[in-house]
Design a protein around this ligand. Structure first.
Ligand code: SME
Length: 181
């Protein structure tokens, strides 16, 4: 048990930190990671790695991005995944279509679930929207049943908001932050 996520899990199991505190820590780290960087894909890549390493009991964490009317896999951590998902299909396509976070306690009970890693037992998908428009989804899988709850939804939705806001930052704002010409 040497990984960051295992350490976090054991800390939580010992009552050393609440889930809300964990999400606050992840948020602080995400903000400092993306503060001075405007490249959307770079920020999604680091966000996927941060989430995968920080939150316990995950086997996949990453993004699907809306391209030409379908979801295409973006930066992620975990086993290789299906590349394209149609809007309305699977858990990702359902969250994309409804623009609402979907929590699936048991993926085998979700009609149309798309299995990328047979180890996955539960899943949460958070839509990424900008001014009401869908731009992608954040998808987390766990090998445990019922791994995700409303606190995860709230924490991940906040992380998603910060990422989407980061996408909007233009070069001028970045220069001001860095105090460069
Ligand atoms: N299970 C997802 C597909 C993506 S993978 O979990 C990485 C779905 O049903 O949409």
């Amino acid at each position: 048990m040497t990984s960051v996520s295992s350490n976090v899990l054991s800390a939580q199991a010992r009552g050393l930190g609440t889930k809300a505190e964990l999400y606050k820590t992840v948020m602080d780290q995400l903000q400092s990671l993306i503060r001075a960087e405007s490249d959307w894909i770079a920020n999604l890549a680091n966000a996927a790695a941060l989430i995968f390493e920080s939150l316990p009991d995950l086997n996949w964490a990453g993004f699907y991005l809306l391209k030409d009317g379908e979801l295409v896999v973006g930066p992620f951590q975990g086993k290789v995944a299906c590349v394209r998902i149609q809007i309305g299909k699977g858990v990702c396509g359902t969250a994309a279509e409804t623009r609402k976070t979907v929590i699936v306690p048991d993926v085998h009970e979700f009609p149309g679930h798309i299995a990328c890693d047979s180890a996955s037992r539960s899943e949460i998908v958070v839509p990424l929207t900008r001014e009401g428009e869908l731009i992608g989804v954040l998808d987390l899988d766990s090998p445990s049943l019922a791994r995700f709850d409303d606190e995860d939804a709230a924490g991940l939705e906040e992380l998603a908001k910060v990422l989407v806001r980061g996408k909007r930052r233009d070069r001028r704002e970045l220069k001001q932050d860095r105090c460069i010409d």
